[in-house]
Design a protein around this ligand. Structure first.
Ligand SMILES: O=C(O)c1cccc(C(=O)CC[C@H]2O[C@@H](n3cnc4c(=O)[nH]cnc43)[C@H](O)[C@@H]2O)c1
Length: 219
């Protein structure tokens, strides 16, 4: 007996409405995608995502939005597709520095990504003419706001490309349901001294729209 192939169902979680609207413009009414505004920060993102996944079935969850880029890794206006999602402040401060929960023996602060899928998405976004890289995306509850903290974080996490505030929450909710997850971020600001007036939010939202158009074509 031949079984009809069902279309893939994808849940995209953003933190705020402006990000959701940018993603929606890029997706152009593609009904395979459901958009959720999950709120700012990992707790709100996790709870919102888990609530939707409890009553609906999806094949893929994507955390999408704007982010800060590490200087020399991801420039303003560029796109980062997560190779790994890492909660960078989940652990303990010790006399010898930061210990993550993996070292403490309490689970993991890292969520793995399907590299083949992330590579396909990265290539599709690149085909839209956008600067894009695959790299670790950190989740933090507190936005980095000084040069000193930025330097310390870059030293502790040398392979990180970007930081944002929701990826790990979305990823844990998806992981607990056995659903694969991606994180796609566009860079609005360099990570460092806080100056929100310098954030290029409009440019990052335009890049998010274009990246979402690429996403639609590859999935
Ligand atoms: O003010 C606006 O018009 C506006 C439009 C869209 C988004 C925003 C946000 O403030 C989004 C907050 C969201 O952005 C992520 N983010 C951006 N830069 C950083 C950063 O340097 N470090 C950490 N997170 C960053 C984060 O995920 C926030 O939830 C405003």
């Amino acid at each position: 007996m031949e079984v009809d192939q069902q279309p893939i169902r994808i849940l995209v979680v953003t933190s705020v409405e402006a990000e959701r609207d940018a993603v929606l413009r890029g997706l152009q009414d593609d009904n395979r995608f459901t958009l959720l505004v999950g709120g700012v920060g990992p707790a709100s993102a996790a709870a919102s995502t888990a609530a939707v996944l409890a009553t609906n079935s999806y094949d893929l969850v994507i955390c999408a939005g704007i982010c800060g880029g590490f200087i020399g890794q991801a420039g303003v206006g560029s796109v980062v597709v997560a190779s790994e999602i890492i909660c960078a402040d989940l652990g303990a401060e010790t006399a010898d520095g930061f210990s993550d929960v993996d070292q403490l023996g309490f689970g993991s602060s890292r969520v793995a990504i399907d590299k083949e899928l992330a590579t396909k998405v990265t290539e599709a976004i690149q085909s839209k003419g956008l600067p894009v890289k695959m790299g670790q995306v950190l989740t933090l509850s507190t936005v980095t706001g000084t040069a000193e903290t930025a330097a310390a974080l870059a030293k502790r996490m040398p392979d990180a490309a970007a930081e944002a505030m929701e990826g790990y929450g979305v990823a844990i909710a998806a992981q607990q349901r056995g659903v694969p997850v991606l994180e796609i971020r566009t860079v609005s600001n360099a990570i460092g001294p806080r100056d929100k007036s310098a954030w290029r939010i409009k440019d990052a939202l335009v890049a998010l729209e274009q990246a979402s158009a690429g996403l639609r074509e590859v999935l």
